[in-house]
Ligand binder design. Structure first.
Ligand code: NA7
Length: 551
């Protein structure tokens, strides 16, 4: 199958911009540089915040940091940039990542084409003129031939699900929309609700200074050591000596990191060998335990049980009170089927006198009150409540944009039963719309900066192909989209992920369709598919010329 080239189609109405890009995080910044500076397009970026950074702008909660080593969790598109930038820690904290993105914006003179403080709330495809009309909350409308969403996967925090939040007389923070820096918790009675990655990072930090910290946990998590510390000069020098080879190795790895010690099966080795492997990866830190131990842990429940049991044991070793340890140790779902949080001294926090744990599975939160939190069996008083309750992930950011495609088709209607995409990048009925790291691409299970670069490069190549062929519109066929969705779901059904309630499955948001939103075939397989699509002349897409040929 190759692309269909259709005749005729469109008018050649002039647009305000060649492309509108949504968001000025990792995706939007690179997209602007690529399309404007490398392809000569006119580009407008709309950014809701007053600065660049995306995720790293909005998540300033204490302890926020990346979970892939910074020498890998960074752009690869410019060798000078990656050679010159110096990370101070192995896993940089939010302020440093934000500084990096600000540096990138300055270095490539990006800010002049970014319109800050501007939230896009409508994007309507004009069939007659074959262009997007992009509207902002302030009432401005611009037109563009292409729209590229760099709105991210984890950028719409869940609306708090507790009654009475507004009545609380103290201060409420939301980890996913936290802009105050250096908040002082000393002497304060602080609640953290939620023990996902954000809650776990915040708890470890806040525990150090809060007068009293109460953690409300619904589901315990398999958190493992991040192994952070100052960047090791020798390790960094080794990476920089051959950065392109390191990036190639990353791109050839399932998760986009240059790890190479994974063994085929946790069940094919002796208990001693398995333990030695788990110990080595635990000590190395980061995602080594998750992704560089045994290949079958996400596919085989028995293999998963070995690692889940190992982590439970390690939690018990670190928490002094066995009852608290038992509460902190997950039992009801396989390891890795929720995104594994990485931690520093998280479990030790519960050994402190000023930290306590409340099981809200047993006694759920009934309401936030004027003075604190009421659960089914107790009332707690607080000065500060931190909601670390997660995001309307993957689809939330796109559905918030008010996207309407051909013939008035709303994206929210098209996706009423879950996202439907071709390659996680494009949607039938929504011509010339590209989604960077969209649902049904590897996205959050690929090292994000590299996933973003791959997608932006794909989009740039597609636009260049259209330009070179005097083509105007690119849109996936319904057939290709259906096959892609079916294929992605088929792969996910071979893993343990669908059995667990997680944001990967949309299961964390009440009422959201339950469907796996990731392509789980791994980044290398995914890229090979994308390469084939290109090599076969945009297989699965319909490409439409710009003008009706003269008769
Ligand atoms: P997560 O991983 O979705 O974690 C949210 C946490 O909040 C989790 O422990 C939830 O418990 C808890 N939660 C959510 N809603 C409620 C309600 N209504 N009541 C009680 N507890 C609740 O979000 P994060 O921000 O930590 O991390 C998201 C990603 O960002 C992370 O995976 C990294 O990729 C970066 P539950 O498990 O649903 O029982």
């Amino acid at each position: 199958m190759t692309a269909t080239i259709e005749q005729p189609s469109t008018s050649t109405a002039v647009t305000d911009y060649d492309a509108v890009v949504i968001g000025a995080g990792f995706a939007g910044l690179y997209a602007l540089h690529k399309f404007r500076d490398r392809m000569g397009m006119s580009v407008r970026v709309f950014e809701a915040a007053d600065g660049v950074g995306g995720t790293w702008y909005w998540n300033r909660y204490p302890g926020a940091r990346c979970d892939i080593e910074s020498v890998h969790y960074s752009y690869s598109f410019d060798d000078q940039l990656q050679q010159e930038w110096v990370w101070s820690e192995r896993f940089a904290a939010q302020p440093e990542i934000l500084r990096y993105l600000e540096h990138v914006a300055d270095r490539f003179d990006l800010r002049r084409d970014i319109q800050f403080d501007t939230r896009v709330d409508s994007m309507v495809w004009d069939d007659a003129d074959s262009m997007w009309r992009v509207g902002t909350e302030a009432g401005e409308t611009v037109t563009a031939k292409y729209v590229i969403s760099g709105a991210g996967n984890l950028s719409v925090p869940k609306t708090p699900e507790f009654d009475g939040v507004d009545s609380f007389r103290g201060k409420v923070f939301l980890t996913g929309n936290w802009r105050e820096e250096n908040v002082d918790f000393s002497g304060k009675r602080v609640a953290v609700i939620g023990t996902g990655s954000s809650g776990i990072q915040a708890i470890s930090e806040v525990a150090k200074t809060a007068g009293q910290l109460t953690v409300f946990q619904r589901t315990p998590n398999y958190a493992t050591p991040i192994g952070n510390g100052p960047a090791d000069a020798d390790e960094v020098a080794a990476v920089k000596a051959d950065y392109s080879a390191v990036r190639d190795a990353s791109r050839n790895h399932f998760l986009g990191v240059p790890y190479s010690q994974v063994q085929p099966s946790a069940l094919a080795v002796s208990a001693e060998e398995r333990r030695a492997t788990f110990d080595a990866r635990w000590n190395a830190g980061g995602f080594r335990l998750f992704i560089d131990s045994f290949q079958d842990i996400l596919f085989d429940k028995q293999a998963n049980d070995t690692i889940a049991c190992y982590i439970r044991e390690r939690i018990h070793e670190r928490v002094s009170d066995p009852a608290v340890a038992e509460l902190l140790a997950p039992k009801d779902y396989p390891y890795g089927t929720k995104r594994p949080p990485l931690e520093t001294d998280y479990y030790e926090a519960f050994n402190r006198d000023n930290v306590s744990l409340v099981d809200i599975k047993k006694a759920p939160i009934e309401a936030i009150t004027e003075t604190g939190v009421r659960t089914a069996d107790a009332e707690y008083e607080f000065d500060v409540i931190i909601l670390a309750t997660g995001f309307d992930a993957m689809t939330g950011p796109l559905l918030k944009l008010g996207i309407v495609g051909r013939g008035g088709l709303k994206l929210s209607d098209k996706w009423a039963y879950g996202p439907r995409t071709y390659l996680g990048l494009t949607v039938n009925g929504f011509p010339n719309l590209f989604i960077v790291t969209g649902p049904q691409s590897p996205s959050v299970l690929y090292n994000m900066p590299l996933a973003i670069e791959d997608h932006v490069d794909f989009i740039g190549d597609a636009i260049a192909y259209l330009r070179d062929g005097d083509l105007d519109i690119i849109e996936p066929t319904l057939e290709a989209e259906d096959a892609w969705v079916e294929g992605a779901l088929e792969i996910s059904s071979q893993t343990l992920l669908p059995g667990t309630d997680s944001w990967y499955m949309g299961a964390n948001v009440p009422g959201k369709p339950r469907i796996c939103m990731l392509y789980l075939g791994g980044a290398p397989a995914y890229r090979a598919i994308c390469d084939d699509v290109v090599a076969n002349g945009y297989d699965g897409f319909v490409l439409t010329p710009a003008t009706v040929p003269a008769i």
